[in-house]
Write a new protein. Sequence first.
Length: 579
Amino acid sequence: MRPHNTYQVGVRIAALAACLFAASATRAQEREAVEGHVVELSEGDIVVDLAHQRGATDGAVVELWRPLAVKHPVTGVVINDRFLIGRLKLVQVRDALSLARAEGKLARAAQAGDIVILRLPKPPASSPAKPPVVAPLAPPAATPAAAAPASAPPATESHVNANAPTPCDDVAKSACDSDSLEVSKLFDGLRGQSPRTRILAYEAFVTRRPKGRYAIVLYEEAQQLRKLVGLLSSGEPVEQTPTRRSFQAPNDALAGTALEVGVELDNAVGAVFHSRNEGEVAYVSTPMQPAGDGYFTVHVPAERVRPSRLEYFIEATTPSGKAVEVVATAESPYRLRIDPLPAPKPPERHDAVVSISSDYADWNNFKGNDKVWQTEGFVGMRLGDQGIRAVRTGFGVFRGVGGSLRELDQLKLDGRAVGLTYGYLEGEFGVSHFTGIIARLVVGLEDNGVSGGAQALLRLGNDRETNLQIGGEVLGSVGLRGITQLELNSFEKVPVLFRTEVTNQPAGVSRRGEQVRPDNPSSAQDATSHDQGEVGARAIAQVGYRILPTLVVAVRGSYQGRTINHAGPGFGGAVSYQW
């Protein structure tokens, strides 16, 4: 080999080593921390996007960080930060993805969207690496047959062989020193610079000195660096910002129903859906799945769709891993109204009831001249709490004997017979769940023809609960009655009723015809009472027993009187069936 060729090869090798050394130092500085994300959890494995292409290797341990976006309760500013929750070990590294497993115990369970950081070896702690000074290599010693002429210039010093003669003449020596000096200055100026800056500097150097000794090496190094960082082979590389092409925001959703959201993007390789429910502080990040050219969709599980609002925003990711907000922002998210899922209601039930009751009251110590026997039966239907609550229709038979205290106790006349057979229609109107109004219209027959009557009650409390009824009744010639009734439904098996009445029944109205004179009782045609009945009071207690959930049997006792000496007991019973 010719000495000059050997010298050129040595210089090129030294220059290439210097370039590679500087590029390696720069890559080490820039790749001290390689950042990626958890993209999926699959059957116990954690899938991350750190792979061979990004410097990951089998067995490498990476850090697992949880991103957190918190809205300040006072200023309203959204504060973003992240917290270390553990470490993962890469168990299988591929070209694009890697499988990882927890290295020790994690402070929180890993989830999609978590950040993973791979720490690559750092450069030495000393000052930035200084590329070696490129000096010409000394050619091998000349043999006597090929010895240089005596007029050859003296040998220059070399770091390889200080005593070896230089292969350069004066002109060559000047050119050699000029190229080496320029390359040395180039490397000195590129300390700590990025690969992109180095590529542009190498290409500019080659453009200025296309025939320089190091032009080919620097050009090849620039092309290799372009491939290494994924830059285009021609033109200045510019990463395009992702933009939203189309997105239709949903207006509302049903609670407990899974939700599908899609977006169409330009210049994006991925997308992440961030959401939080009302009352949550941090967003939950869910990677969106590719669904065609530029389309990405996400499945929001049913448990994440809760009343009454879901806030969300969408970020797109670039090839370099940069996140760009394309739908709303963390500070101003979109709000999706979540309506409660309608609960199924059973068919509306209308309870029907049939009942019959009978009551006997003696007002004068079983003397037979002031007594009442009344029997009523009805069938009805309950509709609802408010509005028309219930409708009932029934019949009644009223039979009694009575008169004034003067005629019965002083004149010793027989009581006047009083009777009414009637039918009635009754309705209850619910003003509210607690308050109701009961009205009854009565039409009946008595000895002297057709008669009628009415009843009105105010109910305080629901009819299915403990309630109080207050009202009154007018019933043909039978008389008037004021009613207060308390129904206790506190005991499911034993319904209890207490009732008081103030009444002049049964002889509430005077009989037309001749009146009996006090001085001549025999003047009466039939020696019976003619005057209207006196006012008296009744106290009634009734206790029932629910034999079946729908069947109740009750007994009652009473005591009534008009004076302390004109009084007596009473009794009765009732049966009701509901379905």
